[in-house]
Design a protein around this ligand. Structure first.
Ligand SMILES: NC(=O)c1ccc[n+]([C@@H]2O[C@H](COP(=O)([O-])OP(=O)(O)OC[C@H]3O[C@@H](n4cnc5c(N)ncnc54)[C@H](O)[C@@H]3O)[C@@H](O)[C@H]2O)c1
Ligand SMILES: [Zn+2]
Length: 348
């Protein structure tokens, strides 16, 4: 069943439409979607032949703008190439940018939309499961610098987020699993039933996406500029970032998030917040969808050192997002190092 979720923002609202086959109807519904003027469809070189060319052909005045495929291209250099292509396509202040792709395209194209001619209208068409349930919702856009990820960016609310679950048919299975980690994370934060639905063999993508998006929407509506409870979305992420770095990106982000969710559940249990049943359930659902629950032979000392560089660990005071129960998240500071090390050893 198609869904329409309205997201309230500090200065208005925008719809998220979740509908199988929606991409094929964009041409016929261009006016409804506010896409009658000139449009820059920003995508990458993998997605241009899969979906970009058809999307452009369906719109009255659309121009295909591309960047290379990969996180390593979420850069200032790509921004400058996008701006040049936007100028060449004669996009002006009344134009719309459509980001067609995963989180890399969404973040980069979004930042281009936020800054080109001081900002043009922006539509997100996410094509990875991660982008559908996470990065396309909430308005954060930006790029990486050589010094670190997501160091430059903006809050840019879209006019529309259009999610067509049918495009997941071409998504590589590993990317799908990575998106599942974030989807399950949203279930753990605020919709435990999503965990039951996601492990069913005939799980309906559209329904899973709708519920996971709703969790993110509820949180970003309460905290649009990431001042407080948006931090709940970082469940598992303190561990995950360290695991990604110490494994030299051998574990992809979503895989590291899965292991990080196990670590968060175990740390919650160790601190007598959550019970053993939470740990078991977290491990069971992740395993059922093919995600890892152990990180292998990574050194706790090294992981701890990387965690200590987290901006939110002010003055060496640790800070973890933990679970008292599914649907009940708490931020805990100054967790003893011994407890963290015990958990890190348990997930090796
Ligand atoms: N803005 C936010 O709030 C936010 C939140 C989470 C993550 N992010 C960012 O998102 C990025 C990760 O996004 P991602 O996981 O979507 O990775 P990605 O954008 O790199 O996409 C993964 C791969 O899948 C390919 N692909 C995408 N859709 C496809 C499809 N339908 N069929 C076939 N191939 C397809 C892409 O070309 C790419 O090779 C990171 O840069 C991260 O920082 C942003
Ligand atoms: Zn994440």
């Amino acid at each position: 069943m198609a869904a329409h979720i309205d997201v309230k923002t500090p200065d208005g609202s925008y719809p998220i439409i979740i509908e199988r086959g929606a991409l094929a109807t964009v041409g016929a519904r261009a006016a409804e979607f506010g896409l009658m003027g000139s449009v820059g469809v920003i995508t990458n070189e993998t997605l241009a032949p899969l979906y970009g060319e058809v999307l452009c052909a369906a719109l009255p005045d659309a121009h295909l703008i591309t960047m290379p495929d990969g996180e390593q291209y979420k850069t200032l250099h790509s921004m400058s190439s996008l701006y040049s292509q936007m100028i060449a396509a004669k996009l002006d202040r009344s134009s719309t940018v459509i980001a067609l792709g995963g989180g890399v395209v969404g973040d980069t194209a979004g930042f281009a939309a936020a800054s080109y001619m001081r900002g043009v209208d922006f539509v997100q068409v996410p094509t990875t499961l991660l982008a559908m349930v996470d990065s396309s919702v909430g308005g954060k856009v930006g790029i990486d610098l050589p010094e670190g990820k997501n160091l430059v960016g903006a809050f840019k609310q879209p006019q529309l987020v259009l999610i067509d679950p049918d495009v997941l048919a071409t998504l590589p299975p590993r990317e799908r699993r990575c998106g599942m980690a974030e989807l399950l994370k949203h279930g753990m934060i605020a919709d435990p039933e999503l965990l039951d639905l996601a492990v069913q063999p005939d799980a309906d993508d559209e329904a899973l996406i709708r519920r996971a998006v709703q969790v993110k929407v509820d949180i970003v509506e309460q905290d649009p500029f990431e001042k407080n409870i948006r931090a709940h979305l970082n469940l598992g992420h303190t561990f995950a970032h360290a695991i990604e770095i110490v494994s030299d990106f051998g574990w992809q982000h979503g895989e590291a998030v899965a292991i990080g969710l196990v670590a968060a559940a175990r740390l919650s249990q160790r601190l007598r917040m959550g019970g053993q049943e939470i740990v078991e359930r977290v491990e069971a659902v992740l395993t059922q969808v093919g995600l890892p629950t152990r990180m292998g032979d990574l050194a706790p000392e090294h992981l701890w050192a990387v965690m200590g560089t987290d901006k939110k660990w002010q003055g060496g005071h640790s800070r973890f997002v933990l679970l008292r129960a599914f649907g009940q998240v708490e931020i805990v500071r100054d967790v003893p190092k011994d407890d963290v090390f015990a958990v890190l050893r348990a997930i090796q």
